[in-house]
Design a protein around this ligand. Structure first.
Ligand SMILES: NC(=O)c1ccc[n+]([C@@H]2O[C@H](COP(=O)([O-])OP(=O)(O)OC[C@H]3O[C@@H](n4cnc5c(N)ncnc54)[C@H](O)[C@@H]3O)[C@@H](O)[C@H]2O)c1
Length: 351
């Protein structure tokens, strides 16, 4: 019997909450993600005041400071870290720079919301955790898209056995269009990023975090293949991985960058009792099993909502002292999985 059990509409952001106090925050690294997501979320929050902006490109920092009426714009992050009036920083630099700045920020007594991946190698990620432990401050890692009711619902469905077991996770992310002539700045930026690892290390960080968040089992085995669709790329730009969990679940993960056209990335969890589908475009998660079809839809813009919740949670943790989630352990777990993918790709025996 197949039935329709209902559509649940969720409005996440609602009105702005009046808060009596606020965190004074700075941003280090004012590129794409800071401009498009973090700064608008911070500006819209009553719980935060943006008091300093830092970027090695002073003009960029100045322009944003003028737009958001921020009193300090600088190219030197130490100027920001030496300011005792700043409680916390958001770090949105390239990921090979982020951990160094995170450690310095912690040593200066600032809480940190750092972008993912928290580092590009495990040794450095562990140093970030050590710095956090000895600082009395907290780090939250920017696994933005796990926040909110859609992923919470998905996790509840999975963990309450609605799909049965074992499970098959099918996930894919295709991003960063290949357009060297139309957008050379973007091409250079992504090329430089790929010099520090394939897309699995970068966008794969989100997928590794989804798996760690959704599954309650540990990863036991990883088999990955990497493909360069153009010889000149510094790393594989398409990685295909099969991941086996201790409880018998498996995941198929595709991460692709630098193609002129993309397929739609899939996100499905399939089990013997049903299927759950996450669809970012329609902002829905849907459960279909033997008896029901249930759809949960987010009314708000998905990205805006995720960045808002991420910031709200960070502020809450800093104010209450409750642990930041996802914290450094989640960052290390995600990186451990993406590094296992990288190792599997480079260690393939030739036939
Ligand atoms: N959470 C998400 O959804 C999400 C989305 C996109 C990017 N990201 C992550 O955010 C990070 C930044 O990505 P981006 O796309 O904004 O990159 P970007 O290159 O557009 O921005 C990085 C900025 O950092 C500045 N910078 C570099 N070194 C600096 C330093 N020492 N001090 C101050 N500023 C410095 C650069 O001038 C640049 O403006 C990456 O780790 C990326 O993976 C996360």
């Amino acid at each position: 019997m197949h039935g329709y059990q209902g559509l649940i509409l969720i409005r996440q952001s609602g009105g702005r909450q009046a808060m009596k106090d606020f965190l004074c925050m700075g941003v280090i690294g004012c590129g794409d993600i800071a401009v498009s997501r973090h700064l608008p979320a911070m500006h819209a929050s009553d719980a935060v005041r943006i008091v300093a902006l830092c970027d090695t490109d002073l003009e960029r920092a100045n322009q944003l400071a003028a737009r958001y009426e921020v009193p300090l714009a600088t190219t030197d992050h130490r100027e920001l870290l030496n300011d005792p009036g700043i409680d916390a920083v958001v770090i949105c630099t390239p990921p090979w720079i982020t951990p160094l700045l995170t450690i310095e920020s912690l040593q200066a007594g600032k809480h940190v919301l750092c972008e993912k991946p928290m580092a590009v190698d495990l040794e450095t990620a562990l140093k970030v955790r050590e710095a956090e432990q000895s600082s009395g401050c907290q780090v939250q890692v920017g696994f933005t898209y796990r926040h909110g009711p859609l992923f919470e619902t998905l996790r509840t469905w999975i963990r309450s056995g609605q799909l049965g077991a074992p499970l098959i996770y099918r996930m894919g992310i295709f991003d960063e269009i290949w357009d060297p002539d139309g957008n050379p700045e973007h091409y250079d930026r992504i090329y430089r990023t790929m010099e520090r690892g394939s897309p699995s290390i970068h966008d794969g960080a989100h997928v590794a975090d989804y798996l760690n968040f959704l599954s309650d089992s540990r990863v036991e085995e990883v088999q990955s293949f990497g493909l360069r669709t153009r010889e000149e790329f510094p790393a594989s730009n398409y990685d295909l991985s099969v991941i086996r969990f201790a409880n018998g679940d498996v995941a198929k993960v595709e991460i692709g960058w630098f193609m002129p056209r993309f397929p739609k990335g899939e996100f499905e969890v399939v089990g013997p009792r049903g299927i759950a589908i996450f669809d970012r475009d329609s902002r829905t998660v849907q459960l279909k099993n033997e008896t029901i079809t249930q759809t949960v839809q987010l009314e708000d813009d998905y990205f805006e909502s995720c960045f808002k919740i991420q910031l709200d949670k960070f502020v809450h943790s800093i104010k209450t002292g409750e642990p930041c989630i996802p914290g450094t352990q989640a960052g290390i777990d995600s990186l451990a999985l993406t590094k296992a993918i990288e190792k599997s790709i480079s260690g393939k025996p030739k036939c």
